[in-house]
Design a protein around this ligand. Structure first.
Ligand SMILES: [Zn+2]
Length: 197
């Protein structure tokens, strides 16, 4: 179906521009949570703090999976909660989230999944894919199916073995601290605090 003039669908180019405009896509010299250095960093809350932008990206994700009729949206705390809520609102489902308890990903707050559920897993930025895998594991542990994975920005080439939709593919280029061009050039480094938990 063609987009109408009021359609909030974002093309990849528009999303990348929106990320830049909001300061979500930073260029510089950053120490990532992995310890490696990179010239780019995504400050995802510059997206998640904007209901209008979240609505637009959620529309794209919801549209990609509407045909498989997800029964529930499951995300990972913290950023995923905002995105998951909006995707669920647009699909007409509930939204629940996985969080850590004693270091293990789990459903708390009396959230539940049943074997009849087809869960759509959503995440804001995927780099290693670890948190998405944790959510998938929790969904399957409850006997539910994973209908797919929807993400805003895919930074690596994580393969979750289920249909995956990313609005923007932006491969992460990173360097070992001992082999970083910017360190060799003497550029000061920033620690953007990328650790989510
Ligand atoms: Zn460096």
């Amino acid at each position: 179906m063609p987009c109408s003039t009021t359609c909030a669908h974002l093309s990849n180019i528009n999303l990348e521009q929106a990320l830049r405009d909001r300061g979500a896509l930073l260029r510089g010299h950053f120490r990532l949570s992995s310890g490696r250095h990179s010239d780019a960093f995504i400050q995802k809350f510059r997206v998640l703090e904007s209901p209008r932008l979240v609505e637009a990206v959620a529309k794209d994700i919801a549209g990609a999976f509407r045909a498989v009729k997800p029964t529930i949206v499951v995300s990972a705390a913290v950023g995923g909660i905002v995105l998951g809520y909006e995707v669920a609102r647009q699909l007409g489902t509930d939204a629940i989230f996985v969080e850590k308890e004693n270091g293990a990903a789990t459903l708390r707050r009396s959230f539940s999944l049943t074997p009849q559920d087809r869960a759509l897993v959503v995440e804001d930025v995927v780099t290693t894919g670890l948190s998405v895998r944790e959510v998938i594991d929790v969904v399957r542990k409850h006997g539910a199916q994973v209908a797919g994975v929807g993400v805003i920005v895919q930074r690596g080439n994580a393969d979750f073995g289920v249909p995956t939709h990313a609005l923007l593919n932006m491969p992460l280029e990173s360097h070992d601290p001992g082999d970083c061009p910017q360190c060799k050039a003497g550029a000061p480094i920033e620690d953007p605090g990328s650790r989510r938990n």
